[in-house]
Design a protein around this ligand. Structure first.
Ligand SMILES: [Zn+2]
Length: 296
């Protein structure tokens, strides 16, 4: 009997592998995933390298392998080139029409002024609900008045703004983004990468929650931060902040092709969330934001 017990114990050790938090793989969420951060190659310069391609077929190939039921496809507008902006946005929209598992994220450049606002209305009329803005790549200051105009317009159109939230050269950027979100309470914001190495600053949001004018309109994606810090000495602080702000505001994203979906999924698993929390991050929070019906 004792021998049998020992044998069973040994077997279970063999089959249970542990992540950094000592949590068994058995507790991981294994259902459908929504990837909220995928870059689609549209034209030269959109790819990372010759080896790491992000064409439509690359995205469609990884989705079933990683249990990704839906993925958003992102493009980024360049300043002063509305022809290119419209081409990019039209490519994203047509890909999402061909493949219903793809959700379109279009883009404008805030410094394009009235043209940017007109483009927002144009893509909105075609069913686009999210716009990507990237202060580093698009080279603009989040505190600029033009950015506030775009944020206000997004609120009027009921659109979500996906903002990259890490700047290597603007240390005030998270403060600026929070201010922008607080002054545009009817606009939903996603802070991509959850501030990356500046994530501790996000605890400000816990204080904001105490004010009735703060409308909880800030969401976060865990792209880049999960594979970089999910299994690191910063993990406990990161998880503490996520739980303080509220797991229900956090979304899964791979940032493909910079990271692969499996690197990003493993990064989230390494954080040691409960299965219920993982389900929210990988699936139900995105369904709530995108107003998609959950299938269980
Ligand atoms: Zn990205």
């Amino acid at each position: 009997m004792k021998k049998r017990l020992l044998y069973a114990f040994g077997l279970s050790l063999l089959f249970i592998s542990f992540n950094g938090r000592g949590q068994s793989k058995d507790t991981f969420y294994k259902g459908a995933i929504i990837d909220m951060h995928v870059h689609l190659f549209i034209e030269e310069g959109d790819n990372l390298s010759a080896e790491r391609t992000n064409k439509l077929e690359d995205i469609l190939a990884f989705m079933p392998k990683a249990s990704i039921e839906k993925a958003v496809i992102i493009t980024m507008a360049q300043k002063g080139n509305m022809k290119d902006t419209r081409l990019r946005n039209d490519s994203i929209i047509s890909a999402s029409k061909r493949y219903p598992s793809l959700i379109p994220i279009c883009s404008v450049h805030p410094m394009d002024g009235a043209d940017a606002l007109a483009e927002m209305t144009r893509v909105h009329n075609q069913g686009v609900r999210i716009l990507k803005l990237h202060p580093n790549t698009q080279k603009f200051d989040v505190a600029a008045a033009e950015v506030n105009v775009v944020a206000k317009k997004a609120g009027e159109l009921n659109m979500v703004l996906l903002f990259d939230s890490y700047s290597p050269w603007d240390s005030d950027e998270i403060g600026k983004l929070i201010l922008l979100a607080a002054s545009n309470p009817t606009t939903q914001f996603i802070f991509a990468h959850s501030g990356l190495v500046n994530f501790p600053q996000l605890i400000t949001i816990e204080a904001l929650k105490k004010y009735p004018w703060y409308k909880k309109n800030i969401w976060f994606d865990l792209s880049a931060i999960a594979p970089l810090l999910g299994d690191s000495p910063f993990r406990d602080q990161l998880v503490w902040i996520i739980r303080k702000i509220g797991v229900e505001q956090f979304l899964f994203g791979s940032d493909f092709p910079v990271f692969t979906p499996s690197e990003s999924i493993n990064g989230v698993h390494a954080m040691g969330f409960t299965r219920e929390e993982e389900k929210k991050i990988f699936y139900t929070n995105a369904c709530r934001l995108l107003q998609i019906k959950t299938h269980d």
